[in-house]
Design a binder for this molecule. Structure first.
Ligand code: ZN
Length: 441
């Protein structure tokens, strides 16, 4: 039955104008089942071309020769794999003799796919892991990655960062234990704008260089939210001279949460009796009271919070959380945080070595107090997007499974979280209709 589908039907399907025609449409079963469409240019192509040399632009163009045969995968037609076969012609200028390959209307960014197929593949790749998109499309993930590496840098190069004022910075661990990326995000536009290898202060130098390439300026950044690492502070001070450093609340509370876990671990290890008492309490202690299950609530009630070092650390954690939740004015926040530090130190004196991890965190918080208070003084700086980046990182890692090297991760990160434009299938088809209006089909 496929032999009955006329070539003209494929020309309409591809949106070809009168300059190109399907010379043959064959249905093959070996080596793979597919429609093979042989396309060549018509005599109407040449009068429509001009010499591409800008100083010449002469309208007299003739056919010079044809380049070697190439194959492009197109969207499936009639439910079957469809490929285009063509030897693209080369034109020659009648005036300056310049010779060039005439672009064919269906070609995409990469070598192997048509533009429509690329748009479809990119849409799938954004929705699912690479391997799964490859299975659905019947393409190897190597080819799909190659498409991504063509598409992403081009879309990223067009990024305009002139409005970037509130920056968020965080590290992403690509593989267990090594291979870090530092990720820079626009907290207002809520998107990742840059990522680079490493987590030292030079990552900020590379970011500042990138800003200048995208119409932005390091001095335009008024606030930068990040964790308490020395390297990031050094980078921000050196490269973003006007930026107020803001330590994001979730990084500060995470420090105290980590210290609490450490106190619990040490206390449980100190005697078999305490180990039994603290068994199965980790998740309850990490949760906030309103989220506890009934069972977890009972477990915490059974704990003698006042006399356990772990209990003290838990109360300290809840108090810090309360400061973040219920303090509005910066002066009040300063007062409460200073009280909190003194309160923690009093407990540490009483409990001694058992609360040592907490004593260290209190020192850290005192040392970074201005940056922590900047959460209140920097106005409405929202760090919500920064906090959400962790789930973005997990999604990126899932999608790039099997390809965890730096370049792959950066490409996938920009693709997933960069809000880059994807060539649109619909727009392409509309163009096809318009092109056909003055065609001869
Ligand atoms: Zn010319």
């Amino acid at each position: 039955m496929f032999g009955m589908i006329p070539e003209k039907a494929f020309e309409r399907l591809l949106g070809l104008d009168e300059c190109w025609e399907v010379g043959g449409a064959e249905y093959e079963t070996t080596p793979v089942e597919r429609f093979l469409l042989v396309i060549h240019e018509t005599a109407r192509l040449w009068p429509k071309l001009r010499c591409p040399v800008s100083t010449c632009a002469h309208p007299e163009v003739v056919c010079h020769d044809h380049t070697e045969v190439r194959v492009w995968r197109h969207l499936d037609a009639f439910g079957k794999r469809t490929e285009i076969l063509c030897s693209p012609p080369r034109g020659r200028c009648g005036a300056c003799r310049h010779v060039w390959r005439v672009p064919v209307p269906w070609e995409g960014e990469g070598k192997h796919f048509t533009r429509d197929f690329e748009a479809f593949a990119l849409t799938l790749m954004r929705e699912m892991p690479m391997k799964k998109a490859g299975d659905i499309l019947g393409e190897s993930d190597t080819r799909l990655w190659r498409l991504l590496f063509k598409h992403v840098p081009k879309a990223h190069a067009a990024l305009d960062l002139s409005g970037l004022v509130h920056l968020g910075v965080d590290e992403m661990n690509c593989r267990k234990g090594h291979n870090y990326l530092t990720v820079f995000a626009d907290l207002v536009a809520r998107r990742v704008v840059f990522a680079t290898g490493g987590k030292d202060h030079t990552t900020f130098t590379r970011f500042a260089g990138e800003l200048l390439k995208h119409n932005g300026h390091p001095k335009a950044i008024t606030a930068v939210a990040m964790d308490l690492s020395h390297a990031y502070q050094k980078g921000a001070r050196e490269e973003l001279g006007n930026a107020q450093i803001v330590f994001a609340p979730f990084h500060v509370t995470a420090l105290v949460g980590g210290a609490m876990d450490e106190v619990r671990r040490r206390e449980a290890a100190s005697s078999p009796g305490l180990r039994a008492i603290l068994k199965h309490t980790l998740h309850a202690l990490r949760k906030n009271p309103e989220n506890l299950t009934e069972r977890q609530e009972e477990r915490l009630e059974d704990l003698d919070l006042k006399h356990l070092a772990t209990g003290q650390a838990y109360l300290v954690r809840l108090e810090l959380r309360d400061i973040y939740q219920h303090t509005v004015k910066p002066e009040r926040a300063r007062h409460r945080l200073e009280n909190w530090i003194g309160w923690v130190r009093g407990k540490c004196d009483r409990f001694g070595e058992a609360l040592a991890p907490l004593a260290r965190v209190a020192d850290t918080i005192e040392k970074h107090l201005e940056g922590i208070l900047a959460h209140w003084t920097s106005g409405w700086l929202s760090t919500g997007y920064l906090e959400g980046l962790n789930s973005v990182f997990s999604a990126v890692k899932r999608k790039a499974r099997g390809y965890r090297s730096r370049d792959y991760m950066i490409a996938m990160l920009y693709f997933v979280a960069g809000k880059l434009s994807i060539p649109s299938l619909a727009a392409r088809q509309r163009t096809g209709v318009l092109e056909r209006r003055d065609g001869c089909v």
